[in-house]
Design a protein around this ligand. Structure first.
Ligand SMILES: [Zn+2]
Ligand SMILES: [Zn+2]
Length: 313
C-alpha cells in the first residue's frame, strides 16, 4: 500500500462494510453505504466507482456515465428497479462479501410500484437523525472514525415528507456557514451527514429549522418506514400479493362508487387497473388507499388486509 491512499490495483476485493438499519425504518440508503465504503478505503466515491463498478456496468452494456454519486442516487430516482442499480448492488455483494438482502429487497419493492414520482429529486434530510447518530460521541472525529453517521433510505421517497422518529418535516440541505468556512475539493469528507460545503459533521450548519410535521405527514412516513423495515428483514411480497392486497381493500369497502372516487381522488378504473396488473400502483395512491380503508401499507403490499368490513361503513 502506497502511503495513506488505498491503491485499488493491489486489492481485488474491498473489505466489508455493514449495511445499517436492516429490518428497521432506518434502513441505510445505498448512496450512504457507497460513500462509507469509499471513505473506509481512503478513496473518493468517484475513485471507488470508476475502479470497481464502472467496468462491470460497461461489460453488461449498461450506462455508467455521470458523477458516480449522482448516479447512485439518480438510478434510484429514475428507476429503482433498473439493471444498473441491481448490478451495483450485486457488485457490492461480490466485493465486500456482505449479503445485501435488505437493499436487494428494496429494489424488488420499487419494481412493483409505479416509477413516476417514487423518488425525491432533491435530497431531503432529517438533521435531527444525524444529531442522534453522533450524540453519544465526545468528539466528532471519533464519530467519523467509528462510522456512526448514515443517510436513510426512507428520505429518498417522495411520498415521505417527515421523519417519523422525530415528528419533524424533512428539509433539503442549505449550508448556513460563512463562505470562508467552505471547504474545497479533496479536503471535504464525502459522507452522508457531513455537509459537502463546509464539512460540518452532522450537518449542524443548516440555515433552516425543521418544522413540526402534521399528523398526516407523520402517519404517511411511518407507513413507508414500516414497509422498508418489513421488506428489508425479508418479509414476503410480490406483484401478486400486492394485487391481492388491493383487491382486499376494495372488497372491504364494497362498490367503488363515484362518491369514493371523489373522496379518495382515485377512480374505479384506476384501481381496477392496479388490481388486474394492467398498471403499477403509485406509492402515493397505495397510501391514500390504506388511509381510506383503514389498513396499513405493509398489509396491502403483502396481501394481508383481510376482508373485515370497516367499522361504521
Ligand atoms: Zn429524524
Ligand atoms: Zn455546511
Amino acid at each position: 500500500m502506497s502511503g495513506f491512499l488505498y491503491d485499488p490495483k493491489e486489492h481485488p476485493e474491498l473489505h466489508e462494510v455493514r449495511w445499517k438499519g436492516v429490518g428497521t425504518a432506518d434502513l441505510e440508503a445505498t448512496q450512504s453505504l457507497f460513500r462509507r465504503l469509499a471513505f473506509s478505503h481512503h478513496v473518493t466515491p468517484g475513485v471507488l466507482f470508476n475502479t470497481y463498478f464502472k467496468p462491470t456496468l460497461e461489460r453488461s452494456g449498461l450506462k455508467a456515465t455521470g458523477a458516480p454519486i449522482a448516479l447512485a442516487s439518480k438510478t434510484f430516482s429514475i428507476a429503482a428497479d433498473s439493471l444498473t442499480l441491481k448490478t451495483i448492488v450485486e457488485r457490492l455483494e461480490v466485493l465486500t462479501g456482505e449479503a445485501l438482502a435488505g437493499a436487494a429487497s428494496l429494489i424488488q419493492l420499487c419494481a412493483v410500484l409505479a416509477r413516476g414520482g417514487l423518488a425525491c429529486r432533491v435530497p431531503q434530510y432529517c438533521f435531527r437523525c444525524f444529531e442522534d447518530d453522533i450524540a453519544v460521541f465526545f468528539c466528532l472525529e471519533t464519530a467519523i472514525k467509528t462510522d456512526a453517521l448514515f443517510g436513510r433510505a426512507l428520505w429518498a421517497f417522495r411520498a415521505v415528507r417527515a421523519c417519523p422518529a422525530h415528528g419533524l418535516r424533512l428539509e433539503s440541505a442549505s449550508c448556513g456557514a460563512p463562505s470562508e468556512l467552505w471547504a474545497k475539493g479533496p479536503r471535504t469528507v464525502q459522507l452522508s451527514g457531513v455537509c459537502p460545503r463546509c464539512g460540518s459533521v452532522g450537518m449542524r450548519c443548516q440555515r433552516t429549522e425543521q418544522q413540526v410535521a402534521s399528523e398526516q405527514e407523520i402517519w404517511l412516513a411511518a407507513q413507508v418506514g414500516a414497509l422498508i423495515a418489513f421488506v428489508s428483514e425479508g418479509g414476503e411480497f410480490s406483484a401478486a400479493s400486492l394485487r391481492h392486497g388491493i383487491r382486499q381493500c376494495t372488497e372491504r369497502v364494497g362498490q367503488w362508487s363515484s362518491k369514493r372516487a371523489v373522496e379518495t381522488g382515485m377512480t374505479g378504473d384506476l384501481i381496477k387497473g392496479w388490481r388486474g396488473g394492467r398498471n403499477r400502483p403509485s406509492l402515493q395512491g397505495l397510501l391514500a388507499l390504506a388511509a381510506y380503508v383503514e389498513t396499513t401499507l405493509v398489509k396491502i403490499v403483502s396481501g394481508a388486509v383481510g376482508s373485515d368490513v370497516v367499522p361504521g361503513s
